[in-house]
Design a protein around this ligand. Sequence first.
Ligand SMILES: Cc1cc2nc3c(=O)[nH]c(=O)nc-3n(C[C@H](O)[C@H](O)[C@H](O)COP(=O)(O)O)c2cc1C
Length: 205
Amino acid sequence: MSEKIKYNDMLVFDSKEPIYLFKDWLELAAETEPNNPNAFALATVNSNGAPSVRMLLLKEVNSDGLVFYTNSNSRKGQELAKNPYASMCFYWKTLARQVRFEGLVREIKSEIADQYFASRSRGSQIGAWASDQSQELFEKNDLEEKVLFYEEKFTDVEVPRPKFWRGYRLKHEKVEFWAEKTFRLHDRYVYDRSGNTWKTKRLYP
Ligand SMILES: Cc1cc2nc3c(=O)[nH]c(=O)nc-3n(C[C@H](O)[C@H](O)[C@H](O)COP(=O)(O)O)c2cc1C
């Protein structure tokens, strides 16, 4: 039996607020994952109900929800504008644990997005301007030329946040914690929001 499964044998789900438990797991993952412990899959749906999923990075989390940043013109941005219901899934191989979130996604205040954008490296800021995320790139050179264009445009000045580069917060309504156990008899523990509190239950694996 591996160490991580022995560790999962000692799990307790006694947190009143799922975000506290999630933060504990995220902190543990930060010690064990070789990179991007904050990476998660975000699933959105289009107006026909067809789902799409991609990886993103979590930038902030508290009891108000989970924040990420992206281009509002991207496929996910357009899907969220039409249908704000989304789902997130974190998985940490080193811990053999998964956490799933479901809820409504709303844009965060532009001042907060400005602050976060200002904290990014200049290269990433220029990259945000240069990338028409999810649009067809006809020539690979077009991207490099756009990078050069914005580098020149913003020479000697701070790079402002493009209006299309936005922060989003998923307000969690349902959270499921999953931890690997032997013989696939895994632990599953679900929190469902119920007014100001949470209802909890276990699920068969
Ligand atoms: C580990 C990882 C982290 C990523 N983080 C982000 C992110 O925080 N924001 C973002 O817009 N794209 C991020 N991406 C790129 C997205 O997965 C995706 O390719 C891009 O956002 C376009 O998605 P869309 O066409 O479905 O809108 C990341 C990709 C990986 C593999």
